[in-house]
Design a protein around this ligand. Structure first.
Ligand code: SF4
Ligand code: SF4
Length: 363
């Protein structure tokens, strides 16, 4: 039985990812943004981004979240302030939250005061304890004190309800439970943990990962201490939300030149490869019909090429969404069919994790 018919479902976007810069002061081994020389960056992107957001809202888009991301968005902190100030008192963004996803290394007192004063959401990318976190950061940069120690020092006196984004790889997934507990102990109120999905996981690794997930279920159910910790997937299921990401996407992405794209993974491509995923610009906002048509076309070719139809998959409600990976693989002439099975297997692990962790909670 079909869960939902992706080709016929229209979901107007309500989350905007603003890629303020593709530059970064770190160089994480799993980052999907290709590195490019600093001078290619726009110095002050705020004017064009403010214009683009206004145009987007004029086309009827009701935004619920604007997330500043990158690269490292705090390299453009002055632009974040300008963009936020342009919208904070207006009806245009009523009910819309503002968040920043950062590597945490540039969180000084000035930045934290601004975030605290205006109640912006803060998500820090941190992979666990010092050993794990610094494993995937470039050694040269860690030598310059931009790793775990720097992030913890920056956050130590913060009263903010901190969220963590943890990425685990084939190198460190066996210590996933230990690293989640570490972040929990540090006081993170919510932790999302993502596999390095661009990597090719072997069946053996996925079977071992399944074992690690048994402990992870207990951590999120509060069984490893009396304090429960939040998690995007669990919280959305608890709130009765089913995202059906592989069938309908609620996100759009904006770059520093005011160009809108249909998927955030487009930023894994070189600029010259991105053009066919453009859905709007700063002057006119987003062409919703074009966006829907484009995503439907991508989904149809993904299902054809993988031989799996997400519309009839019982895991679709909370799956990661393979669209972005499909865009990356196909644009780079890589074999998506070989990659797809482990993507599905890992998505299914998450579905099982959420079910068990939530049942633990209910007990
Ligand atoms: S991967 Fe899927 S859910 Fe994520 S931005 Fe792309 S289309 Fe949307
Ligand atoms: S688990 Fe696989 S088949 Fe199922 S919705 Fe996700 S990507 Fe599609």
């Amino acid at each position: 039985m079909a869960v939902a018919d992706g080709a016929k479902i229209s979901m107007p976007p309500y989350c905007l990812n603003v890629f303020l810069t593709e530059d970064c002061n770190l160089s994480c081994s799993y980052c999907y943004i290709p590195k490019k020389p600093h001078q290619e960056e726009k110095t002050y992107p705020s004017r064009v981004i403010i214009r683009a957001i206004k145009s987007l809202i004029k086309t009827g888009c009701k935004l619920r979240n604007i997330n500043f991301t990158g690269g490292e968005p705090l390299l453009k902190f002055n632009d974040i302030k300008k963009i936020y100030n342009a919208f904070k008192d207006r009806d245009l963004t009523k009910g819309c939250s503002f968040t920043i996803t950062t590597n945490g290394t540039l969180l000084n007192r000035k930045v934290l005061s601004f975030i605290e004063k205006h109640k912006l959401g803060l998500t820090v990318s941190i992979d666990g304890n010092k050993k794990t976190n610094d494993l995937n950061r470039a050694p040269g940069i860690i030598g310059e004190d931009a790793g775990y120690d720097c992030v913890i020092r920056n956050l130590i006196n913060s009263k903010l309800p901190l969220k963590a984004n943890l990425v685990f790889s084939q190198k460190n997934f066996r210590s996933l439970p230990e690293n989640l507990l570490h972040l929990k102990k540090l006081g993170f109120v919510s932790i999302d943990f993502w596999p390095q999905l661009f990597a090719k996981w072997t069946l053996k690794e996925i079977t071992e990962l399944k074992e690690s997930f048994r402990l992870v279920e207990q951590i999120f159910s509060g069984h490893c201490s009396n304090k429960r910790v939040g998690n995007y997937l669990l919280d959305s299921i608890k709130n009765g939300e089913k995202s059906y990401k592989p069938l309908m996407c609620n996100k759009i992405s904006l770059d520093q030149n005011g160009t809108f794209y249909c998927c955030d993974r487009v930023f894994s491509l070189k600029e010259s490869q991105r053009k066919k995923f453009i859905i709007g610009n700063a002057k006119n906002g987003v062409d919703e019909r074009l966006r829907k048509k484009m995503l439907d076309r991508i989904r149809m070719s993904l299902w054809r090429s993988s031989g799996k139809d997400c519309r009839v998959c019982r895991y679709a409600a909370h799956c990661f969404c393979p669209v972005g990976h499909y865009i990356y693989y196909v644009s780079n002439g890589l074999d998506f069919k070989a990659f797809f099975p482990h993507f599905c297997r890992i998505s299914k692990l998450y579905a099982k994790f959420s079910k068990t962790a939530l049942n633990f909670r209910a007990n």
